[in-house]
Design a protein around this ligand. Sequence first.
Ligand code: HEC
Length: 129
Amino acid sequence: MLRIVSAGLMAAAIAFGLSAPSTAAGNPANGEKLFKKCAACHSLEEGKKKVGPSLYKIFGATPGQVPKFRYSKGLVEYGQTGAVWDAETLDAWLTKPKDVVKRTKMAFPGFKKVEDRADMIAYLKSLSE
Ligand code: HEC
């Protein structure tokens, strides 16, 4: 009896140990795949504008600062608050852009899964390093 219980606990500990880090840190390779959902509107090349601004080195950048892109007023104002695109602000943005900037022009429904957001953010971060 005791054996069975401790084996069960071990299995739970192993499963937890293996799954926890990948969720917390994000997987950039999967983020690169997910970028397909962004690529219709965003390029990662510097200065290349599509429907949305270039996301070149966006991690760590101030919102609404890509030259010659006509942002919504709200996004520019968001940048003026001293906000920076980091893991926390990008997580909120990719959950639901309209919750961060009410009248944003970014028509993206958001990633529901926290893992998808973490992977996307890890990918964008890797490109800014
Ligand atoms: C339908 C087109 C569209 C899609 C799809 C889209 N975006 Fe956007 N995105 C925009 C537009 C337009 C803006 C500018 C928003 C504004 O001015 O309010 C923007 C702005 C942004 C910004 C802020 C840029 C800055 O310079 O501050 C980030 C970050 C961003 N998008 C990331 C993403 C990511 C990551 C994805 C994919 C998960 C994505 N977007 C999908 C259109 C899109």
